[in-house]
Design a protein around this ligand. Structure first.
Ligand code: ADP
Length: 385
């Protein structure tokens, strides 16, 4: 089945077309399917590509060339926020599209863009089945003690203020792959999964499902990220706004776009920060220290949350590639009896692998993620029903 995976942002659309082999998601077949083509349509809103409809028209023309006469069977949309309603992928109808639209206040940059992408496809290719796959859905299993903030109930009931969690598609996929790698039944698997990309989150897995996660009401909470601060004392924000040092908009920008590695080291990209640290840059070194310390604290906390983890797993751009950063984190986990195999950690590979020492009390793994594959498989599975 040929599936178009779309990740619609406000000014760009990322796409990938995948061949999903029959039964891949059902029997756990190792055949992960072929990427037929992929790309990016940028600068939506500017002269050549005034809106999402025009971007999708461009994309369908491009695909006519690139697919060599083959036609798409379905479209899978990455949707950032599924609120409390969506706990798994769904076939898109007009009602579902409106529900995604109603969740826009929770993800003002992302959900409206996804809705524009869905409507543009409905307009140009009305017969094509569409599926929405939500970043939040995997975290619908969080127990209330994990998703509640210690705020008056009205914040939750009237404003939907609670922890939702994100990166769910990746945490879900990587959980399954890690359990399979270790030969543990997923339904009895406890793990701590660190998805470390430009955005970063860590999830506590118990009995194969998410029981806690570091991102909260928005993707700002938790770890030190490329440009996001992660956890800070909320009084920093209120005080600086009350004093008039920052407007609310400036503060939002500061926390989301100018903080994290960028705020500490002046660079948001891990490769640049790691190189600067190698060259002796004190602020780059500090950024790596703060980020690795924060993550190690979460691993300790989630080890407790899951009643003793069976694995610590690194994934996404930094998790899969930044050996030096992984070493900094693992070096802080000695209290859990965790040790690093330095050579295994440095070895490069595209496969799932173990990087902990033989004597490590808990295995540490690197497991590549592939969100497009997960979205394509979820889409195919729903469309086949
Ligand atoms: P996104 O959240 O945008 O999907 P990715 O998962 O692609 O992000 O991760 C991007 C991050 O991965 C960047 O900080 C980048 O520097 C880092 N990264 C990618 N390759 C390497 C590498 N070889 N060494 C260190 N960091 C890397």
């Amino acid at each position: 089945m040929l599936v178009l995976v779309l990740n619609s942002g406000s000014s760009s659309i990322k796409y990938q077309v995948r061949e999903v082999p029959d039964g891949a998601s059902v029997d756990g077949s190792p055949d992960t399917g072929e990427v037929i083509t992929s790309g990016l349509i940028e600068r939506i809103g500017q002269a050549e590509v005034p809106d999402h409809q025009r971007a999708l028209d461009l994309l369908t023309h491009r695909l006519d060339d690139e697919l060599g006469g083959r036609t798409l069977d379905a479209v899978g949309h990455r949707v950032v926020h599924g609120g409390e309603r969506f706990s798994g992928p769904v076939r898109i109808t007009n009602e579902i599209t409106r529900a995604i639209e109603r969740l826009s206040p929770l993800a003002p940059l992302h959900n409206p863009a996804a809705v524009l992408g869905i409507r543009a496809i409905s307009h140009s290719l009305p017969d094509l089945p569409q599926v929405a796959v939500f970043d939040t859905a995997f975290h619908r299993t969080l127990p209330e003690h994990a998703w509640r903030y210690a705020l008056p109930d009205s914040l939750y009931t009237e404003h939907g203020v609670r922890r939702y969690g994100f990166h769910g598609t990746s945490h879900d996929l990587v959980t399954g792959e890690a359990a399979a790698f270790l030969g543990i039944e997923r339904s009895s698997f406890a793990a701590v999964i660190a998805h470390l990309g430009n955005g970063a989150s860590v999830t506590a897995i118990k009995d194969g499902v998410s029981v806690d996660t570091s991102m909260g009401y928005t993707p700002l909470e938790g770890l030190v990220m490329g440009t996001r601060s992660g956890d800070v004392d909320p009084s920093v924000i209120t005080q600086l706004i009350v004093r008039g040092t920052y407007t609310a908009e400036q503060m939002d920008r500061l926390l989301n776009k100018e903080s994290g590695l960028k705020g500490l080291a002046g660079e948001s990209d891990m490769r640049a920060v790691a190189e600067a640290a190698e060259d002796g840059d004190r602020y780059a070194e500090l950024a790596l220290d703060v980020a690795s310390y924060r993550l190690a604290k979460y691993v300790g906390a989630y080890h407790v949350a899951v009643g003793g983890t069976q694995a610590v797993v690194f994934t996404a751009g930094i998790g899969e590639n930044a050996a030096g950063f992984r070493a900094r984190v693992v070096d802080r986990l000695g209290a859990l009896g965790i040790t690093l195999d330095a050579a295994a950690n440095e070895a490069r590979s595209r496969d799932a692998r173990r990087i902990s020492g033989e004597d490590s009390a808990i295995p540490v793994l690197v497991v590549p993620t592939d969100e497009e594959r997960a979205i394509a498989e979820a889409t195919a599975a729903l469309v086949r029903i």
